[in-house]
Write a protein of this length. Structure first.
Length: 149
C-alpha cells in the first residue's frame, strides 16, 4: 500500500517527511516522488524542464554533508555504491512544493499538494504555539524568582 493510497491522508502523516535544512522546512525529492507515485528521476526531470518556476528559495540541492546528515533518517542510499542514489537530493520549500502542482499535472498531484500544504501550515501553527508557551514559561520563571527574593 502506498503512502497516499487514501485521498484523505491526514496532514500529520506527511509531516514526518518535512525536515529543517539551512533553517528552512523542506521536503526531499524522493519523498515527494513517493507521495506523487512517480519516480524521483521523473520528478526531477519535470523540474529541470521548468527551471524558471523553481528559484533558489523554492528548491535547492543538498550538499553531500547535508545529505549524509539525513542518511539514516531517510534511508538515502550511500553514494558510490552500485544502484541507488548517487547525487545529493533536492529539497523543496513550501513554495516549491506548491509550484510542483503546476509541473506535475494530475489529480493525485493536486490532492497530495493540498495535504502537504496543510502539513506545512500545521507545523507553523505548532511552532507558533511552542514560542507562546516558551514566552509564558519565561514570564512565570521571572515571577517565581521575584517571589523567592
Amino acid at each position: 500500500m502506498s503512502l497516499v493510497s487514501r485521498s484523505n491522508l491526514p496532514a500529520y502523516s506527511v509531516e514526518r517527511h518535512i525536515h529543517v535544512v539551512r533553517g528552512q522546512k523542506v521536503m526531499l525529492d524522493a519523498n515527494l516522488a513517493q507521495l506523487y507515485e512517480v519516480t524521483t528521476g521523473n520528478l526531477n526531470l519535470s523540474v529541470r524542464r521548468n527551471k524558471s518556476r523553481f528559484p533558489r528559495d523554492f528548491m535547492f540541492q543538498l550538499t553531500r554533508e547535508e545529505a549524509n546528515g539525513l542518511l539514516l533518517q531517510n534511508a538515502i542510499s550511500k553514494g558510490g555504491q552500485r544502484g541507488g542514489r548517487r547525487t545529493p537530493p533536492y529539497a523543496f520549500t513550501e513554495h516549491g512544493v506548491a509550484m510542483l502542482s503546476s509541473v506535475i499535472k494530475s489529480e493525485r498531484a493536486i490532492q497530495v499538494n493540498v495535504m502537504i500544504i496543510r502539513a506545512f501550515v500545521r507545523m507553523r501553527e505548532l511552532i507558533a504555539a511552542n514560542k507562546d508557551i516558551a514566552v509564558r514559561s519565561t514570564s512565570w520563571n521571572e515571577a517565581i524568582n521575584v517571589l523567592h527574593r
